[in-house]
Design a protein around this ligand. Structure first.
Ligand code: ADP
Length: 623
């Protein structure tokens, strides 16, 4: 009934091949702890201090409970009751106990301050370190990773995962450790106060736990089936609203309303039943719980009456029991949150385990420490994108470019021109054949060094948030002010930068001044000039530039290319007539190669492309 074109639009499932989003398993607590400890490296002493203070603070809590019991006994004793249990127990004065309790509280609070602030500080440090480590790792992952991953998903997911881990480390981890220690300490205290009463508590645990788990499971199961019926009603709403035109044209409003009513009825009856059951289960749990408490109080009172326990001890016992029960409950609650944390940890670890590009492996050829001469040779290169292994993009691609030569790549959209430049920058490596640079396999050079020898002026220039000066210096971080200015002048960018009130200090990018396409192009050219590469790749801007800007950009480009090896991806043929050589690509193969005149005269594919472009300079590749 639903319109097929929109039916599955709102919630498309995550892509199967998605490198990070696809994996859903959770990390084990050991892996999560190892990650945390690893991130705390250098601060482990601080962690030990935090745990030590936490333990002392908990000891303070327990001592406080015992002291409160003493206070009860001392009060009773001052009323004339014998609480010495035949002289085996001496109780201090009320004032002394009061002072002792005050002292305990001060020490406990001091420890809490130290452990809490240390845990929070460590959590923040660990999260900051993880953020830095992940980002540093992410930018060094190979291009193939980014092509196989949905970047929007990845970044929002990562931010959410790290925020969750940060919350765990600054808060939950401490609560968790604290409650484990508290539970253990309180149980030990229970047995120290009265082993018999402690034994009764142990006896009550299985029935309380058993009834809670059994009821919880039943409530969950019954609620799930009711929830199922409710979701059936939302399916009807969605169906009817999507196809409201059909409902109206068939005059079926009453029919649909009836269908909906019966679905609601189907939901309502079991929902009411489940509500009654739920109340019943809660009462059952309370029945068992209170029976156990009454049993304890009864047994405790008999112990007091028999002179085996003082009233103060019993008070302390019950307080310790409350501490133990609260800690146990909190631990159970935290378990759910730890499961989510396990998922976040897994995704973070998976990402950290992705292999980085080996940026510094390989050697610089002797004698070429400073600069390549710029000879490029593609020998029978075959290539398919890892994300589309069924489609051959380059097939036996051959191209030899001499140092300083200017070669234009032309051909229809999808012929493989951009792919050739991606291989040149080694964003991908050929599947077969070889790419030689200065007569040596491109794989033998250190990647960072090799890319430092090349520059790209892209079609769509993206400026980073920052000043124009910073954006130009992107070509060579650390360049001096004079060098930046000289590059801007050479790139014909100076005349517009000069006119801006803040000149080179003008902020651009997302939150800054918007500058035009032609101006961006000139900034990109200035970047490339500053980099002074041996090999230059120009992805020509298409028709977005007006003729004034086009002339300025073209002049700047002419200044930039000089006598360096240049590969131009040409989208309009009339701009490449000056090239030393024009290489025509079709379906990943070179089909023609030569000067404009020679190719035109040969009356082949190039000529057909030129004729199709006509005088108006139409764009051949409609990218
Ligand atoms: P051109 O620059 O000549 O227009 P490209 O090199 O961009 O051609 O593309 C060649 C072929 O490779 C096209 O069919 C394109 O769809 C495909 N392609 C380009 N980039 C990718 C990529 N990152 N992942 C998968 N396929 C791609």
């Amino acid at each position: 009934m639903a319109d097929p074109s929109t039916a599955d639009f709102p919630s498309s499932p995550p892509a199967e091949g998605d490198a990070v989003a696809g994996k859903e398993a959770a990390a084990t607590p050991v892996e999560a702890l190892r990650l945390y400890l690893d991130l705390c490296r250098g601060h482990r002493l601080r962690l030990a201090v935090a745990v030590l203070h936490l333990a002392v603070g908990i000891l303070g809590h327990l001592i406080f409970v015992v002291g409160a019991g003493w206070l009860v006994d001392s009060t009773l004793s001052s009323l004339g009751l014998d609480v010495t249990m035949g002289g085996t127990r001496e109780r201090p004065e009320i004032d002394t106990v009061g002072a002792f309790l005050f002292g305990t509280m001060v020490v406990t609070l001091y420890c809490t301050y130290v452990d809490m602030s240390r845990f929070i500080e460590l959590g923040e440090r660990a999260a900051a370190r993880l953020r830095n480590r992940l980002f540093g790792h992410l930018v060094e992952l190979p291009m193939g990773f980014f092509e196989a991953t949905r970047i929007g998903d990845l970044s929002s997911r990562l931010l959410a995962d790290i925020a969750l881990l940060q919350e765990t480390w600054t808060n939950d981890l401490r609560t968790y450790v604290k409650n484990i220690l508290m539970l253990v300490g309180a149980v030990v205290l229970l047995f120290l106060i009265s082993a018999k009463l402690g034994g009764v508590v142990l006896l009550t645990i299985p029935p309380i736990l058993g009834v809670s788990l059994w009821s919880g499971a039943r409530i969950r199961r019954e609620s799930a089936s009711v929830q199922d019926r409710l979701s059936r009603t939302s399916i009807i709403i969605e169906e009817v609203l999507t196809a409201i035109r059909s409902v109206k044209t068939f005059a079926n409003e009453a029919h649909e309303a009836g269908r909906f009513r019966s679905a609601i009825d189907e939901f309502l009856k079991p929902a009411v039943k489940v509500a009654r059951h739920r109340a019943g289960y809660v009462c059952l749990i309370l029945l068992v719980l209170f029976s156990c408490i009454i049993l304890l109080m009864w047994f405790g009172s008999r112990q007091i009456a028999a002179g085996h326990l003082t009233v103060g001890d019993f008070t302390a016992f019950m307080s310790a029991l409350v501490l133990a029960a609260t800690s146990g409950g909190l631990l159970a609650e935290l378990l759910g949150r730890f499961q989510r944390m396990g998922g976040a940890t897994r995704r973070v670890l998976d990402l950290l385990e992705e292999s980085e590009e080996a940026l510094d492996e390989g050697t610089v050829p002797p004698g070429a420490d400073e600069k390549l001469s710029g000879a490029v040779e593609f020998c029978r290169v075959g290539f398919r994108y890892p994300t589309r292994p069924d489609m051959t993009v380059l097939d036996g691609f051959d191209l030899e470019v001499a140092p300083g030569e200017r070669v234009a790549l032309v051909g229809p959209s999808g012929a493989g021109k951009s792919t050739v430049t991606s291989l040149l920058f080694r964003l991908h490596d050929p599947d077969s054949g070889e790419l030689l640079i200065d007569g040596r396999s491109a794989r033998d050079f250190p990647l960072r060094w090799l890319r430092g020898q090349m520059a790209m002026v892209p079609q769509e220039v993206i400026l980073f948030g920052g000043t124009l000066a910073e954006n130009i210096a992107y070509g060579r971080p650390g360049a001096s002010r004079e060098e930046i200015e000289a590059a801007a002048k050479q790139a014909n960018a100076w005349e517009f930068i000069e006119r801006l009130p803040q000149g080179l200090e003008t902020r651009v990018g997302d939150r800054g001044v918007q500058i035009s396409g032609g101006q961006r192009q000139r900034i990109a050219i200035a970047r490339a000039i500053l980099k002074d590469p041996a090999i230059l790749v120009l992805d020509e801007a298409t028709s977005s530039l007006d003729s004034e800007n086009e002339r300025l950009v073209q002049d700047a480009l002419d200044g930039l290319t000089g006598n360096r090896t240049t590969l131009v991806i040409a989208h309009r043929l009339r701009t490449v007539r000056e090239a030393d050589r024009i290489v025509v690509l079709r379906d990943g193969k070179v089909v023609e190669s030569g000067s404009h005149e020679a190719l035109y005269a040969a009356d082949g594919y190039y000529r057909a492309l030129c004729d199709a472009e006509g005088d108006g300079g139409a764009v051949i590749s409609n990218q």
